[in-house]
Design a protein around this ligand. Sequence first.
Ligand code: UDP
Ligand code: MG
Length: 314
Amino acid sequence: MTQLMSLIVPFYNEAAAIQVFADRMLPVLDAVPGTRWEILCVDDGSSDGTLLKLVALARGDARFKVIEFSRNFGKEAALTAGIDAARGEAVIPIDADLQDPPELIADMVREWRAGAEVVLARRIDRSTDGVLKRKTAQWFYRAHNKLSKTRIPENVGDFRLMDRKVVEALKALPERQRFMKGLFAWVGFRTVTLDYARAPRAAGETKFSGLALWNFALEGFTGFSTAPLKIWTYMGVAGALLTVAYTLFIVVHTLISGVSVPGYASLFVAVSFFGSVQLISVGLLGEYIGRIYVETKQRPTYIVRQIYELHRGE
Ligand code: UDP
Ligand code: MG
């Protein structure tokens, strides 16, 4: 008896990486004892021939299944589509650029068979990611874990093994805006962590710009914590107390040394300070309301144009 396992791979303009990916991945999967694999390749609206290459792979190998999106929906949507389609007893999302070493999969399967429901892969060496990316990632995790009750483990990406139970729990989450790292952490389950060094990209270049990462981080904060909303109550109270103190000061000052006309500076500072505090807090409310708005529209997370697979009698 072999166990069916699912690999989920998001592809966005990865034409240059596909052959390298297949050449490195297939021998690794073949070497994991007692397993059969389905490789769910999600083409996330690529415009560079990624789809053609994936379909060619799927034509020649029944393990490959290609899910083609109608446009670019983003990595989180691609992972969601893979999770929805996966039939394996365990599921492993992995990047197409081989930054996550496939060789770790055998160890993950071993831990899973030993009873782990989630096997995390933690990057102990990210020297291949730029200093700025490493630092901002670190700040994100620290700040997120301070604000939110859902702790996202630091230096852990989407590369992990999840048991069927975990996958079903994820599929049952109804939200449309899917910050997968947060959802993975939120569902819990018995977790084991393995360490690895992050490799440089096999081919092509990163698909995440600074702005995309900033929006991604906002998604993480607002999706898993309401602390940013609550801060403003305390800011308001602090501001009110300061104002009362300043009023008392003015009253006493006037009683002692009479009415003094100058006051432009203090007025200006107070007005602009509270004005900006209000703008920030309104903007923050907007972030949450915008997300509530998107959620209430109930649009699907992704749209599939076509699925390509070669059926071979099972
Ligand atoms: N990706 C995707 N949709 C996107 C952006 C990225 O499916 O809109 C995929 C990409 O093809 C890769 C994975 O997500 O397989 C990770 O992307 P990338 O390597 O660019 O991110 P980084 O490793 O730089 O964080
Ligand atoms: Mg990468």
